[in-house]
Design a protein around this ligand. Structure first.
Ligand SMILES: NC(=O)c1ccc[n+]([C@@H]2O[C@H](COP(=O)([O-])OP(=O)(O)OC[C@H]3O[C@@H](n4cnc5c(N)ncnc54)[C@H](OP(=O)(O)O)[C@@H]3O)[C@@H](O)[C@H]2O)c1
Length: 257
């Protein structure tokens, strides 16, 4: 296979589109998988290389496996499979349904995609499997199932990497640990938020250099390092009291004297 080819799973997000655009600009032929393939037709036609679009039914592992096999046949194999599917939700009441949906997409769907991609690469003899995960997986957090699912994904990739080494096969497993960009955007925090093209180009660079794990953007490595090292009573900021709470406590103490 001389033409560079890549499959992007979960291609409808803005980040996936930016990565697709940058890869296509470099001449990579693409297959894009999305829940609603129709929504990607116009975008795919705007790219400078051959791009095919396929439906992704992530809650049906059998459908994922047969779609991946069909895409593989259609492309004649691939150099790269990039998984960028993900679901998150926060509700302090912790209803079950959103947790179940997160587990279906981020654990079951993720595993079916990566397991199939790995076996296809094994039969092909080479390739790179990459996923956009999150530093949220380093510790538990308020979106309970989301944090846990990202820890699962990280662990799953470590296992696949070990498996590739055991098979002595040139299959690269790249775990992209994305910083909490949504949170930074919500807080309008310019230090921790980077423009999408920069995020996409750092992801592509990490994949090109065959990194096993990369933090994107790079400065989130520091947050990851701190997050891993903090004792739980410091990490869990919900223990912390706001200035107003401290002031009220002091005032109450004074009054009681
Ligand atoms: N955005 C952030 O701040 C951030 C931070 C850290 C890590 N991450 C991780 O990076 C990855 C992508 O993030 P993003 O910001 O690009 O996320 P996004 O905009 O929420 O996109 C997630 C992708 O997953 C797909 N998806 C979700 N539920 C699906 C379902 N039931 N069936 C099929 N596809 C489904 C979406 O497809 P549809 O649009 O078709 O639903 C979309 O393409 C995720 O793994 C996320 O956890 C994101």
């Amino acid at each position: 296979m001389t033409q560079a080819t890549a499959i992007i799973v979960g291609a409808s997000s803005l980040l996936s589109r930016e990565i697709a655009k940058q890869l296509a600009d470099e001449g990579v032929e693409l297959a894009l998988l999305a829940q609603d393939p129709q929504s990607l037709i116009e975008f795919s036609q705007s790219l400078p290389t051959k791009v095919q679009v396929f439906p992704l039914q992530i809650d049906e592992p059998d459908a994922i496996i047969s779609t991946m096999n069909a895409v593989w046949l259609s492309l004649g194999g691939a150099h790269l499979v990039l998984v960028n599917t993900g679901l998150t939700h926060y509700d302090p009441e912790l209803p079950w349904q959103p947790e179940q949906d997160i587990i279906t997409v981020n654990v079951q769907g993720f595993s079916a995609i990566c397991n199939t991609a790995f076996r296809l690469f094994r039969d092909q003899g080479y390739g790179q499997l990459a996923a956009i995960n999150s530093i949220a997986g380093l510790r538990g957090g308020p979106s309970v199932a989301y944090h846990a699912s990202k820890a699962y994904a990280q662990n799953y990739f470590e296992g696949l990497s070990m498996h590739a080494q055991r098979l002595k096969m040139p299959i690269t497993i790249t775990d992209i640990q994305l910083g909490m960009l949504d949170k930074a955007a919500m807080q309008q925090n310019r230090l921790w938020l980077s423009p999408l093209p920069v995020v996409a180009s750092q992801i592509i660079k990490a994949m090109k250099t065959g990194k096993r794990k990369a933090y994107v953007t790079k400065r989130w490595r520091l947050v990851a390092w701190l997050t891993k090292g903090l004792p739980e009573f410091v990490y869990n900021t919900r223990h912390w009291k706001t200035k107003a709470q401290k002031k009220a406590e002091r005032a109450a103490k004074k009054e009681s004297k």
